[in-house]
Design a protein around this ligand. Structure first.
Ligand code: PGA
Length: 254
């Protein structure tokens, strides 16, 4: 089963935009039955309940884009894991590079968020990835190893097996620049090696690993299918239901 995760980010700014989105999605899905693809839509938290009530497809699940590391309390403006669960979410993106960069999220904080997500039966979509400078300096391995080892610290092997890791090279997010198939494959192999050799997971119990960064229906073959990834995390194209579902079709048929 391949994963098609849509990160809507801070878009759909009104009920009208949201209703149009539902209409577009409904039209694009008309008569389709995905058997090999699980779609996860991650709208802004304010839309989560509407998305989950509207959703009637067995192949679509709903997720959040972020959570606070505590479950409740005096944290003005924040949204917690149990809230997401109670309002229809089953997944949550954690450690997206925009959260790391704009909101100063550290690996340590991300680790706390992954733990509270698991405790509340949310499946974390744990994002890792290097900057262009880190890639040019040959630091991909070090950066990703640190992110994974610190992000997954003190989390059990069976819990790690159930989460999703998203490899998102930061230089590729929203830029239209994409890595070569071989480069994606190298990181997939690196992640599997870290999970096996350093975290002790067995080969048949590895978490699913997806690719994210400028994915569209034209490059999906190179970025996901040929690189052996288990799916994709899509930003920009998730705002356009027709194009988004085209990505799903490519995953379904390959
Ligand atoms: P993009 O975003 O598809 O617009 O590059 C991906 C992401 O931020 O997850």
């Amino acid at each position: 089963m391949k994963l098609l995760i849509g990160n809507i980010k801070m878009n759909l700014i009104s009920q009208i935009e949201r209703e149009n989105y539902f209409k577009g999605l409904g039209n694009s899905l008309m008569g389709r039955d995905f058997k090999n693809v699980q779609i996860v839509l991650c709208p802004p938290a304010i839309h989560l309940e509407a998305f989950s009530k509207k959703n009637q497809s067995k192949f679509i699940s709903i997720g959040a884009q972020n959570i606070h590391e505590e479950e409740r309390g005096r944290f003005t403006g924040e949204v917690s894991a149990p809230m997401i669960k109670n309002f229809g979410g089953d997944y949550v993106i954690i450690g997206h590079s925009e959260r790391r960069n704009f909101f100063g999220e550290s690996n340590e904080l991300i680790n706390k968020k992954i733990k509270v997500a698991i405790k509340n039966n949310l499946i974390p979509i744990f994002c890792v990835g290097e900057t262009i400078i880190e890639r040019e300096n040959g630091e991909v391995k070090t950066v990703i190893s640190n992110q994974v080892l610190e992000g997954l610290k003190d989390i059990s092997q069976s819990q790690i097996a159930n989460l999703i890791i998203a490899y998102e090279p930061i230089w590729s997010i929203g830029t239209g620049k994409i890595p070569k198939t071989d480069e994606v494959m190298e990181v997939r192999i690196l992640l599997q090696k870290i999970l096996r050799d350093l975290l002790g997971l067995s080969l048949d119990k590895l978490p699913r690993i997806v690719y994210g960064g400028s994915v569209d229906s034209r490059n999906i073959k190179n970025l996901c299918i040929e690189s052996g990834m288990d799916g994709v995390l899509v930003g920009g194209e998730s705002l356009h239901p027709i194009d988004f579902i085209k990505i799903g079709e490519a995953l379904e048929n390959n």
